[in-house]
Write a protein that binds this ligand. Structure first.
Ligand code: NAP
Length: 269
C-alpha cells in the first residue's frame, strides 16, 4: 500500500496519447472568438491535439484566415474560420449549420468570445451594460443551445466556458463584465447537473490576467500591481489557458464536471 502511494506518478501527457494517436483525434470542436488572444491559442492547441476545429471571429478577418491557413498547412489538421457576431443567434445558427455540413456533428464547444466595457458603476451607461451582456452571456446561450443536441445524440460532449478570475472576486470598474463572468460559473454548474448523465460534461476555466489585447490597454502601474498580487509573479500566457481547455475537452476529464479550473498564477485561491 505504502509502495503504491509512493510510486512515482507517470507523467500525464496532455496532448498525445501513449499509442501515438492524438488525444482529440476524430473530435469536432467549435471555438467562439478564435482570431486573437486566448481563443487563438485554444484553436491551435485543440488542432494540435488532433481535433477538427471550426472557430468564429467578428472583425479580425485577416488574423482569423491566417490562423486557419497556418494550421491547415500542417499535416492532418482541419481548421476553418467563420465570420459571425456571437451575440446574434441568427448568425450563429448559420455558422453551426455550415460547420456541421463541413466537419460533422460538433461535440466540443468552447465559449470563449468575450468583451469588456469598463467604467465605474456610477458612470456606466446602459449601453455598456447591455453590450457586455449580449456578447458574454447571450452568445453563450445561443452557441450552447445550437450545439448541445448533437452532443446528446452522440452520447458524448464537452462544453467549456471561459469565465474569469473577475467573476470570482469582482473588480473595480467591471460590474458589467464581472456579472457576466460570475453568471457563467453558475450557468456551468447548472448545465453540468442537467447533462451529467448524458455523457456531456460542462466546465469553466477562470483565467487570471493573461497577456492579450484585453489587458494590453491596462496602465503600467495597474499591471505592476497585478504582478505583485500574483504568487507566480507574472501575467499568464494564452497557451497556459489553452492547455487547461485541452484537458477539459479530452476523454481524460470524463469525471470532471461543473468545475471551475482557475489558471491564475495563484492570484485567487
Ligand atoms: N485576457 C485576460 O486576461 C482574460 C482574463 C480572464 C478571462 N478572459 C476571457 O477570455 C476570453 C478571451 O479573452 P482575450 O483576452 O483573448 O480577448 P481578446 O484578445 O480581446 O480577443 C477576443 C476574441 O473574441 C472575439 N470576439 C469579441 N467579440 C465578439 C463577438 N461579438 N462575436 C464574435 N467574436 C467576438 C474577438 O474576435 P475579433 O477580433 O474577430 O472581433 C477575439 O477573437 C474572453 O471571454 C475574456 O473575457 C480573458
Amino acid at each position: 500500500m505504502i509502495a503504491e502511494l509512493t510510486r512515482p506518478t507517470p507523467a500525464l501527457e496532455t496532448r498525445n496519447s501513449k499509442d501515438g494517436a492524438k488525444l482529440l483525434a476524430g473530435k469536432v470542436c467549435l471555438v467562439t472568438g478564435g482570431s486573437r488572444g486566448i481563443g487563438r491559442a485554444i484553436v491551435t492547441a485543440l488542432a494540435e491535439a488532433g481535433a477538427d476545429v471550426a472557430f468564429t471571429y467578428q472583425n479580425s478577418r485577416e488574423q482569423a484566415v491566417n490562423l486557419a491557413e497556418t494550421l491547415k498547412a500542417q499535416e492532418d489538421i482541419h481548421c476553418r474560420a467563420y465570420q459571425a457576431n456571437v451575440a446574434s443567434a441568427e448568425e450563429m445558427q448559420e455558422v453551426v449549420k455550415d460547420v456541421i455540413a463541413e466537419f460533422g456533428p460538433i461535440t466540443i464547444l468552447v465559449n470563449n468570445a468575450g468583451i469588456n466595457r469598463d467604467k465605474s458603476f456610477l458612470k456606466m451607461t446602459k449601453a455598456m451594460w447591455d453590450e457586455v451582456m449580449r456578447v458574454n452571456l447571450d452568445g453563450v446561450f445561443s452557441a450552447t443551445q445550437l450545439v448541445v443536441q448533437y452532443m446528446l445524440e452522440s452520447g458524448w460532449g464537452r462544453i467549456i466556458n471561459i469565465s474569469s478570475i473577475v467573476g470570482q472576486t469582482g473588480n473595480y470598474g467591471q460590474t458589467n463584465y464581472a456579472a457576466t463572468k460570475g453568471a457563467l460559473i453558475s450557468f456551468t454548474a447548472s448545465l453540468a447537473r442537467e447533462l451529467a448523465r448524458k455523457g456531456v460534461t460542462v466546465n469553466a476555466v477562470a483565467p487570471g490576467f493573461i497577456e492579450t489585447d484585453m489587458v494590453s490597454g491596462m496602465p503600467e502601474a495597474a499591471l505592476a500591481q497585478v504582478k505583485a498580487m500574483t504568487p507566480v509573479g507574472r501575467l499568464g500566457k494564452p497557451e497556459e489557458v489553452a492547455d487547461a481547455v485541452v484537458f477539459l475537452a479530452s476523454p481524460r476529464s470524463g469525471y470532471v464536471t461543473g468545475q471551475v479550473l482557475a489558471v491564475n498564477g495563484g492570484m485567487y485561491m
